[in-house]
Design a protein around this ligand. Structure first.
Ligand code: NAD
Length: 308
């Protein structure tokens, strides 16, 4: 019997590749009790809900329906996966204008019904849109979370695992900063059982480039990324609802963090029922610090052009 929280409701806004796959993942994991799907394209949300409901005889008792914003009233976690996704060749930042626009009405609709939940942003550029969500919702920063570099760190761990022939679950390694082209790997912290890992320069370059460019490669091949991001979102949601206090590289508001303030970036954070309970201090090398500041400055200059 899974450890399901009785009154846990998750709402997913945007039921495209990411939202629908996340819904399906939550359904299979059976850790929540209610799941609501909302999309500007109502037919799409209805179709996904119908299709998933027909699988319920094979899974547990998650109550699932296509709903509307009033269903946010009882939501514990509201996932935003709505909006434009990258087309082949586009960067995540290229999506900013289109997606910042739709966030206005999405956030307004959420806060009309909910003042207590946790908003989990997946839409890209995720760090900037998490900051936009913070400003527009008026929620405290612990309750506005971006999926950040959790997915990138998973890709990094997978590739290191391949290189070392070790299960990626046993690899501890972090990508921090922007979920995007300015993200950075923390090679000095990569370890197995506390034992540091050695890599040749060529291996480092190959592993990091494959991590950073994974989305471009997958989008070129199949049009969207969906499975790993859905598992990453499930991980964050379960850590929240089960009050796990797991350390996850989510995007969170930084305040005097390695000299960086007032921007959302992916860093190791303790995630529990309160949302982001605490950000862990990282001792960065001079090189890493320079890259981390560059990542922060890049996002801040984009934020400066927004009407917030
Ligand atoms: N954070 C991450 O690690 C990560 C990973 C993959 C994708 N993404 C991002 O997630 C977002 C969704 O990607 P996707 O592949 O699912 O796209 P998609 O095009 O398959 O789905 C987007 C859905 O959003 C809906 N939508 C659009 N405007 C809306 C609105 N105002 N209200 C409600 N619904 C609306 C559309 O109808 C569509 O169903 C993109 O921005 C993508 O870049 C993030």
């Amino acid at each position: 019997m899974k450890n399901k929280l009785r009154s846990s409701r998750v709402v997913i806004i945007g039921t495209g590749a990411v939202g629908a796959t996340t819904a399906y993942t939550l359904l299979l994991r059976e850790r929540i009790s209610e799941l609501v799907l909302i999309d500007a394209n109502k037919e799409k949300a209805l179709g996904e809900a119908l299709d998933m409901n027909h699988g319920l005889p094979f899974t547990g008792g998650v109550k699932l329906w296509a709903g509307d914003y009033s269903d946010c009233a009882d939501a514990d976690v509201i996932v935003i996966a709505a909006g434009a996704s990258q087309r082949p060749g586009e960067t995540r930042i290229d999506l900013l204008k289109r997606n910042a626009g739709i966030f206005d009405s999405i956030i307004q609709n959420i806060v009309k019904y909910n003042d207590h939940g946790i908003i989990l942003v997946a839409t890209n550029p995720v760090d900037i849109l998490s900051y936009v969500t913070l400003k527009k919702s008026g929620f405290p920063s612990n309750r506005v979370i971006g999926s950040g570099t959790l997915l990138d760190s998973a890709r990094f761990r997978y590739l290191i695992g391949q290189n070392k022939k070790i299960n990626p679950r046993s690899i501890h390694a972090h990508i921090i900063g922007e979920h995007g082209d300015s993200e950075l790997p923390l090679w000095s912290l990569a370890n197995v059982a506390g034992i540091g890992l050695e890599f040749s320069d060529a291996d480092r370059e190959e592993i990091f480039n494959s991590t950073k460019n994974a989305a471009y490669e997958i989008i070129n091949a199949k049009g969207a990324t969906s499975y790993a991001i859905a598992l990453a979102l499930d991980r964050i949601i379960v850590s929240i609802l089960q009050n796990e206090a797991s350390v996850l590289n989510v995007s969170t508001l930084l305040t005097d963090y390695n000299g960086v303030s007032d921007v959302y970036l992916g860093v190791p954070s303790i995630v529990d029922r309160s949302g982001v309970r605490e950000v862990l201090d990282l001792k960065l090398s001079n090189d890493e610090l320079t890259q981390f500041h560059a990542s922060a400055n890049k996002l801040k200059s984009e934020i400066a052009n927004l009407d917030l």
